[in-house]
Write a protein that binds this ligand. Structure first.
Ligand code: B12
Length: 212
């Protein structure tokens, strides 16, 4: 018997149809989309990571779990965005850095930012430095740039983006937050970013602080 709740286990097993059914059942029972994510679905992905590390899961199993997670996010995203209100809390450009295709965590951060009233321009995955700079130039006034990286080699892209923002003369109006599993405060300080957060809720709190 698994110790995980049914929904968490369904994410771990990558059974998309069951994940959708259980998410809908939780919504009908009155569970908030935020709680469905934080209490059931993210712990499932974290366990998938553990199983990958232990050599029990390989890419196909991880992809199945990621797909199941994404299917449910499509239902939850509009519900979370609805709670955002109409006044913009600020403008955020977000993306996963060049060479890195992980996007579940980045999508969650974007989703909760939208749900907190931020206008979010999500550039997707494996975003080149030039594309980040183009998006920042396209918007005047204060902008928050969110960079995500999940694998150690692509962490090195982050200082390159920070430098490019400086070289483009944008640093004064662009605050930069960095995140992803391998990122910590020490790394953020070292590369001259304005901050980091361990999860999506922390990212929202940081975004509010940086754009205050
Ligand atoms: C799912 C997954 C995949 C999926 C990705 C699907 C997708 N669409 O994202 C697939 C199968 C494609 C994949 C591929 C690979 N993966 Co992978 N993957 C994972 C796994 C299991 C889970 C990641 C995840 O979704 N976590 C759940 C989310 C919710 O958490 P999160 O991403 O950390 O995000 C949270 C925070 O970090 C933070 N955050 C995230 N971004 C940001 C941004 C900002 C601005 C802020 C403030 C906060 C923030 O908030 C988020 C929400 O709470 C991790 C294991 C792990 N423990 O991380 C490995 C892992 C990241 N992968 C790994 C590897 C090695 C790979 C591959 C290189 C494997 C290969 N041999 O091909 C490729 C990479 C290809 C590439 N070029 O990018 C390693 C990385 C090791 C390392 N340190 O370099 C890990 C750690 C697994 C392991 N233990 O070995 N992977």
């Amino acid at each position: 018997m698994s110790d995980f709740p049914e929904l968490t286990q369904a994410v771990i097993d990558g059974v998309g149809k069951k994940v959708l059914e259980l998410v809908n059942a939780e919504l009908e029972a009155g569970t908030t989309p935020q709680s469905i994510l934080a209490d059931y679905m993210i712990p499932g992905m974290l366990e998938v990571g553990n199983l990958m590390q232990e050599g029990e899961y390989f890419i196909p199993e991880v992809l199945r779990a990621a797909k199941a997670m994404k299917g449910a996010l499509e239902i939850l995203e509009p519900l979370i965005a609805e709670s955002g209100g109409t006044d913009s809390a600020g403008y955020v450009v977000i993306g996963t850095v060049d060479g890195d295709i992980h996007d579940i965590g980045k999508n969650l951060v974007g989703m909760l930012l939208k749900g907190s009233g931020f206008e979010v321009n999500d550039l997707g995955v494996s975003v080149t430095t030039d594309t980040f700079i183009e998006a920042l130039r396209a918007r005047s006034g204060p902008v928050l740039l969110g960079l995500s990286a999940l694998i150690t080699p692509t962490m090195d892209e982050m200082p390159a983006v920070v430098k490019a923002v400086e070289d483009a003369g944008l640093r004064e109006r662009v605050k930069i937050m960095v995140g992803g599993a391998p990122i910590d405060q020490e790394f953020a300080d070292e590369i001259g970013a304005d901050g980091t957060a361990e999860d999506a809720a922390g990212a929202v709190a940081l975004a509010k602080r940086l754009l205050a």
